[in-house]
Design a protein. Sequence first.
Length: 377
Amino acid sequence: MTSIAKYLILSLPQSTNAQSWLENDLSGGKNLLYKLKLQDFQSGTLDSLVQESEELSKIDSQLSSSVYKVIDILNNVTELKNSKSRIINNQSIFDYIEHFNWNSSKYRLDKPINQLVQIISNEAITLDNDVRQSYQNYQSAKSNFLAADRKKNGDLSIKSLHEIVKPDQFVLNSEHLTTILIAVPKNLVDDWNSHYETLTEFVIPRSSELIASDAEYSLFSVTLFKKYQNDFITASRERKWHPRNDFQYNEDVLNSLRKEFDLTKQTEIKLKNDLIRLSKTAYSDIFQAWLHIKIIRVYVESVLRYGLPPQFNYYLIKFDQANLKNLSKSKKELIDKFGYLGGSGSDDKKNSSNLHEYASLVDTEYEPFVLYELDIV
């Protein structure tokens, strides 16, 4: 998927006094900067935070995949292919991110971090499973409708013939005779007329009747003795004609086929509408869960990098389509400016020394400060 915008979520110790530099000097001041206001979490022990850090990394990746999967589904079943048309909690996605407020009524901050993570992730994963099941049901209904549509609107070699044939075109209720239908390619009609009577024994002479034609085929009926029906069908295929031996004239079957198209169409439309409604709701809820997990992750990594008490500032740096090309350059500038933090920005040197052993465990893509990307597609 193509990115429409990216955000860098950055955490720095308050002692860096970074805001002025981020606003005016990073990439020449071309990036939009937002300051995130976050409450403190119930931290627990450093050992528990290291363990939670590993879990958060997995959940972050999982919810990212869930969000992109829902977007992919919406793109497949609607015309809403622009991120600006997606709504998060009754706001545009950009307003929601840039004015983020922790949902304390839903995710109470008096709970330990590990409980918060479990509550948020379980909700999102349940929704993700619901969307995937709904999409599977819709795909099945769509396949059934397309099959019914081919029967109704395909060429004469595959379409349902219940609206084409009439009872008087068949020999019915005969002990020995049967009427079968053959779809003959247009370029082989002369071959049909020349050879159908002698294709097998006991074909009724001059029994061929042209029933219908389309751009590709002419549909003929022919009457013969039942005993030679299979031989006639086999010989027809050898001449590249298309026997419609799937069709038997039966009023009950015909009535059922007449209803099939309408029923599969109604089912496909209903399940599509259900899927769209669920996917839009799920997109909003899973994205909110994903951003809340991202925020917890930033907090946990900040504690592991910079120490306690939590004295950090959180920033969002926006890269829209016009300045996405500045992303790598901005990252390099950030490292040049704040690389001295080296995993420990606390003024408490003793605390920093104790944390350094954790810092190398925090992230496989280790930076000298806390930095994560949020990709909007």
